[in-house]
Design a protein around this ligand. Structure first.
Ligand code: DX5
Ligand code: ZN
Length: 231
């Protein structure tokens, strides 16, 4: 296909998600603004230093929005909690390559539940580690971490755009999600190199005009508008 539809997944890590009113207003804002997913950064204080929330918040958000739930598990041994996030209504579950004891088993468990299965790579993890996995058909999505996992508002790490290109070269079909430090400036190159889903915390939630920013991150506003009609 000549044009690739770009989906936007705003990360609530950039807002005070413990405040119900702010959470509801933010979800409404991004939904009305044309976002496709809401990105939910789960951190356990072990795989990364910070701790955020668990399946209880995911369950709560399910009833607050009709956006698809994009769950990014930055936790050790994610296999043990897949059931919880499936029950909470996750549409995508992404686990870290670095955090899994048995990555094949973990991905199979996600797919058995008819949930989109993603694998995330830390900035220092090379693509060659997942070549066999891509061939296995168990991976629906690869999430390229373009900052060190753990917090919102960090700068994009150079070289991560090339990583996107490397994955796209290897696999024309897999969904590629980019996560961390995405701005209106670097989004254009990322779209060109093969990204499908753009995660953004700071760029979206600190924007004066959220709707406009979401459309700008999508790029080619006109083409996206037309393609979305045919979805
Ligand atoms: C970092 C998280 C990201 C983060 C992105 O560990 O995975 O999703 O919230 O936030 P920004 O876009 O502000 O870098
Ligand atoms: Zn994330």
């Amino acid at each position: 296909m000549k044009f690739r539809l770009i989906r936007i997944s705003p990360s609530i890590l950039a807002i005070d998600y413990n405040n119900d009113q702010i959470l509801k207003e933010s979800l409404d804002l991004i939904e009305k603004g044309g976002a496709n997913f809401v990105h939910l950064d789960v951190m356990d204080g072990k795989f990364v230093k910070n701790t955020t929330f668990d399946w209880n918040l995911v369950d709560k958000i399910r009833d607050m929005t009709s956006l698809l739930l994009d769950v990014h598990l930055m936790v050790e041994n994610p296999e043990s909690v897949i059931d919880k996030y499936a029950e909470a209504g996750a549409d995508i579950i992404t686990v870290h390559y670095e955090a899994c004891k048995d990555i094949t088993k973990t991905l199979k468990k996600i797919k058995e539940k008819n949930i989109v299965a993603g694998i995330a790579l830390n900035p220092e993890t090379p693509v060659l580690k997942i070549i066999d996995l891509l061939d296995s058909g168990l991976v629906d999505l690869v999430l390229v971490m373009s900052v060190k996992p753990g917090k919102s508002g960090q700068a994009f790490i150079p070289g991560m755009a090339e990583k996107v290109a490397e994955i796209r070269e290897l696999d024309k079909k897999v969904f590629i999600e980019i996560d961390g430090g995405v701005t209106l400036k670097n989004a254009k190159l990322l779209r060109r190199l093969g990204v499908n889903i753009i995660v953004s915390g700071k760029s979206i939630f600190s924007a004066k005009n959220v709707k406009k920013t979401i459309w700008q991150l999508k790029g080619k506003g006109f083409i996206n508008r037309i393609l979305e009609k045919f979805e």
